[in-house]
Write a protein that binds this ligand. Structure first.
Ligand code: ATP
Ligand code: MG
Length: 158
């Protein structure tokens, strides 16, 4: 379905903001422009839910989570940055593998299955986008994904 991404993204951020405790602060850095994408809304909601809940889960008391959305000519790029525990450089690509958790004992404590990001990658692949992460141990993590923007033509038609 054709979706205006920024308002959709904001509604998901708002849902988390209503339910979160005061442990983390939310910072928004979103373009004011309207951005149309052709997506399965439920599936992309699942991606955002997992990435945002990971960011909250691994954030320290008082940490900020920054929500960004920007565009290049053909693509929308979304990023979610936390100031949490981060991870070693050699693991940042592995977190998209099924059942992979960075630290087994830490992961057990935190709960979850280690499937969230593997599913997110499948969903983003199916949308012809890319998903990746950048992280520094002890400093924080950013998860990025891209989605193709709809062309002006398709936008007018639908
Ligand atoms: P599930 O999402 O199934 O509940 P999960 O959150 O452990 O479980 P993923 O979302 O796939 O699984 O994440 C995989 C692993 O990547 C996590 O267990 C964690 O070790 C690491 N990870 C993911 N996001 C972050 C983050 N923002 N900061 C630090 N580590 C992270
Ligand atoms: Mg998760």
């Amino acid at each position: 379905k054709r979706v205006e991404f920024i308002s959709f993204y904001e509604s998901i951020i708002e849902r988390f903001e209503m339910n979160k405790d005061d442990k983390v602060n939310f910072v928004r850095s979103l373009t004011k422009k309207k951005m149309y994408v052709w997506i399965d809304k439920d599936k992309i909601t699942q991606v955002l839910d997992n990435v945002i809940s990971n960011a909250i889960k691994y954030s320290p008391e008082g940490g900020s989570i920054t929500f960004e959305a920007s565009t290049t000519r053909k693509q929308l790029r979304v990023s979610i940055t936390d100031e949490g525990i981060g991870m070693p450089p050699d693991t940042v690509d592995k977190i998209f593998d099924r059942f992979y958790r960075v630290d087994k004992s830490r992961a057990r404590e935190m709960g979850g299955t280690g499937l969230g990001l593997a599913i997110a990658r499948e969903i983003i692949d199916a949308h012809h986008g890319k998903i990746w992460a950048e992280s520094r141990e002890g400093e924080g993590t950013t998860v990025y994904f891209t989605l193709p923007l709809m062309s002006q033509k398709r936008r007018d038609k639908s």
